[in-house]
Design a protein around this ligand. Structure first.
Ligand code: ZN
Length: 253
């Protein structure tokens, strides 16, 4: 097995804390993570961060509703294609972009990958098509013209168990997380928004904005079991946790 995993922070967002932890007050500034997975059968990116248009005018890009609750901290060089280039990987060399879901901070960079297939859960694609540009979805982020491979449930990306999509519905109707078994033997769970913070898991504290609370709680329980088994849970937007995560070109696993 030759799978390698690298992490990137592609900007930050300041958002209401209650979005992440129901009932909490104030604001929190969170990282926007993205990952590169290098496998002998191809290169994949998991979540692509923010759209390059957000480098210019966030109001024009995201619209009044999104900007009201999201302050962007996103500078040239922080978009995923530039971050990859800085470690010697061209965006045109990426074969697959796997999105946890199609909210703007998880698929905004999809358009930066001209040769990639987009791998998402079928029900997330259906939901995005129904929503269009509303409630965190923006057509220009997810409707970027590449071939969309939509899968239904658990899916083994390279056929050898190294990189597996795990349905983790709840945050959105078709959210998925990714399990990566790396070269060094470590198993990582890239949560996406199925588990924002270490606190979410420790306290089983669900977010304030959520499609299905019971489903989301069941997902947190599954993550706890995986953690007990020794898997490393990569919290989706935890600022303190992400400070401890080595960034590419240092390999995470
Ligand atoms: Zn998010």
């Amino acid at each position: 097995m030759t799978t390698e995993l690298y992490a990137f922070t592609c900007g930050f967002l300041t958002i209401p804390r209650g979005f992440l932890l129901a009932g909490e007050k104030g604001l929190i500034t969170v990282p926007v993570p993205s990952y590169l997975i290098v496998h002998s059968k191809g290169r994949a990116v998991f979540d692509s961060g923010l759209h390059v248009d957000a480098l210019q005018d966030t109001l024009e890009y995201a619209g009044e509703m999104l900007v009201r609750y999201h302050k962007f901290h996103f500078n040239p060089g922080e978009q995923i294609s530039a971050r990859l280039e800085a470690v010697g990987v061209g965006a045109d060399q990426i074969d697959i972009v796997i999105n946890s879901h199609l909210h703007f901070d998880h698929c905004g960079g999809n358009g930066q990958f001209p040769n990639a297939d987009i791998l998402i859960q079928k029900r997330e694609h259906e939901h995005a098509k129904a929503v269009g540009s509303d409630r965190g979805y923006l057509l220009k982020d997810w409707d970027t013209g590449q071939r969309i491979r939509s899968v239904d449930g658990e899916y083994d990306v390279f056929g050898d168990g190294a990189v597996v999509c795990l349905p983790t519905y709840g945050h959105t109707p078709g959210h998925q997380s990714l399990r990566v078994k790396t070269k060094t033997g470590g198993e990582f769970i890239l949560c996406g928004d199925a588990c924002y913070l270490k606190d979410s898991l420790d306290r089983l504290h669900t977010p304030g904005v959520i499609a299905d609370k019971d489903a989301a709680l069941a997902v947190l329980q599954r993550f706890r079991e995986m953690q007990d088994r020794g898997a490393r849970i990569m919290f989706g937007h935890d600022p303190d946790f992400w400070k401890t995560i080595p960034q590419a070109p240092v390999r995470l696993g």
